[in-house]
Design a protein around this ligand. Sequence first.
Ligand code: PEP
Ligand code: MN
Length: 338
Amino acid sequence: MIIVFKPKVNEEEVKKVVEQVETKGLTTHLVVGEGVTICGVIGDTTKVDPKQIEVLPVVEKVMHVGEPYKLANRAFHPDDSIIDVSGVKVGGDHLALIAGPCSVESKEQVIEIAKAAKAAGANLLRGGAFKPRTSPYAFQGMGSEGLDILVAAKEATGLPIVSELMSAEYIEEFNEKVDLVQIGARNMQNFDLLKEVGKRCTKPILLKRGLSSTYEEWIMSAEYIMASGNPNVILCERGVRTFETYTRNTLDLQAIPVIKRLTHLPIIIDPSHAGGKWWLVEPMAKASVAAGCDGLMIEVHNNPECALCDGPQSLKPKKYTELIEEIKDIAKIVGKEV
Ligand code: PEP
Ligand code: MN
């Protein structure tokens, strides 16, 4: 962090600011030039609020060098993190294939889809039991009963389960039943929830990118979870809001190399919620694997026409199977094992 002082500041005033910073355990390095005085601050700058220094009458501006996140930062952890989801490795050269319906609708539905997904090569089963819906009149999910159905599907197939947590109230139940806890796009900046899952979740977290969140905001949300005690975070790009209305969202493929450059966390892609159309899933999934993602989360439904949620973006099992066959070849080229 660099503090730039106003011109004509006197020594006494500079000293006061320097002392204020040093009481936080940081080291300062003062440069007094002609007409300008600046102070370099070294150490854990998360301990000072730059805005509080910037409001001081003798300070012109405060500039950040380096990122505000530490635990997620690649600079402090050069190797890729590999997250173990109940035996399924995510990150490094492992490609996670998460498939399943948007929402759990019935036991028969989930088990049929889970078996087909597993046969196609999927290694994790998704299904929403608690659904974040825009309309309060839309299907809200089956709740705990839905989680029990997922557990039954896990017993039938051996596939570990991914499901979305919306309230801290259910953390203990998720610890018991779910293998990877999803925090959805709409809750990416629910900081109280992030702190609670950091503290109390014993399972890894799949953190989706907020609808209009910058990379830094997204990584800072991962930082919340990690700083609260859970280091096992996987990021998921699921499309961002743009001016385009033809597609549900716009898939930000650049997120893959950017996240890999800035952090050591795995990043997976959800092409289903990105495009909102089933026929966009295949090309975007292929492009994502080619760009180096660590996994794909794809909505698969045995009867998309009658799905209670997100039918138009869901693949039928046959299409999913064909897609995974083709993905395997691309994965090989980029050095990922399926
Ligand atoms: C989902 O995965 O079903 C979901 C609701 O996703 P998102 O939070 O990305 O909208
Ligand atoms: Mn969905």
